[in-house]
Design a protein around this ligand. Structure first.
Ligand code: AMP
Length: 124
């Protein structure tokens, strides 16, 4: 399947520096920034810099270097924010909304990192 990437999506504009963001961490292949409408005290969006539409696109087509960088960045944010379970933090949740059923609003691959309060059951 060919993935069609819309380079006018809001995260593409953030990556090009056309609109501002509240950066949490930036690496060679990854950008993390605070969600504009936080659903928890910690609500960070982690995105690859490459043009991937959703999680499966990224998982299938990204290079090993991009995937390793993305995953390591999430770990580094957890450590920096002090949210790892068992390390004094209260734990967290990662969410990757993808496509229609996942109710994905922005068609650039991203993961939500949520923490800082009890997050309830996974699906209501
Ligand atoms: P999703 O439904 O998974 O596509 O979530 C997209 C997320 O992007 C939402 O939680 C929005 O609040 C967030 N968002 C949209 N525009 C911006 C922006 N300019 N800066 C930061 N977060 C944004």
């Amino acid at each position: 399947m060919a993935y069609a990437y819309d380079d006018q999506n809001i995260f593409a504009k953030i990556l090009r520096g056309e609109i501002p963001n509240d950066t949490v961490m930036e690496t060679e292949h990854t950008l993390a920034f605070n969600d504009i409408g936080p659903k928890a005290p910690v609500h960070v969006l982690v995105i690859p810099k490459g043009q991937y539409v959703n999680y499966d696109h990224f998982a299938l087509d990204a290079s090993d270097a991009e995937i390793a960088d993305f995953t390591r960045t999430i770990g580094a944010i957890c450590r920096e924010a002090g949210i790892q379970p068992g390390e004094g933090g209260g734990g967290y949740r990662l969410i990757a909304n993808s496509g229609e059923a996942g109710v994905q609003e922005v068609p650039h691959m991203h993961v939500h990192l949520l923490a800082g309060r009890p997050l309830g059951r996974m699906l209501q």
